[in-house]
Design a binder for this molecule. Structure first.
Ligand code: SF4
Ligand code: F3S
Length: 104
């Protein structure tokens, strides 16, 4: 599966949702997640993210992000249409460890 990781937080560009063939992105207040059981591993969303926040779970230390994506995809509504990025997206792109400082 692919998962959404830290740098989506407070950016939420949403370009990713337009290309997913199975509509498996879910929207929280300041980030999106992917449902790991619905993702078919096609990989087309990864290069679409301006914040480079979408990663394959084959990369090291992704277990926590897979569980995070699963947990919130079961709680949040599906999103299938792009919307404007968050106001501070460009300013906060690349801020380390947003999960602690900017997730709500
Ligand atoms: Fe959707 Fe493919 Fe991205 Fe999975 S890898 S979230 S199926 S676009
Ligand atoms: Fe987030 Fe990137 Fe999508 S910032 S909303 S994963 S395009």
């Amino acid at each position: 599966t692919y998962v959404v990781t830290d740098n989506c937080i407070a950016c939420k560009y949403t370009d990713c949702v337009e290309v997913c063939p199975v509509d498996c992105f879910y929207e929280g207040e300041n980030m999106l997640v992917i449902h790991p059981d619905e993702c078919i591993d096609c990989g087309v969303c990864e290069p679409e993210c301006p914040a480079d926040a979408i990663r394959p779970d084959t990369e090291p230390d992704m277990e926590n992000w897979v569980e995070f994506n699963r947990k919130y995809s079961e709680a949040w509504p599906v999103i299938i249409t792009k919307k404007d990025q968050l106001p501070e997206a460009e300013a906060l792109d690349g801020t380390p460890n947003k999960l602690e400082s900017h997730f709500s």
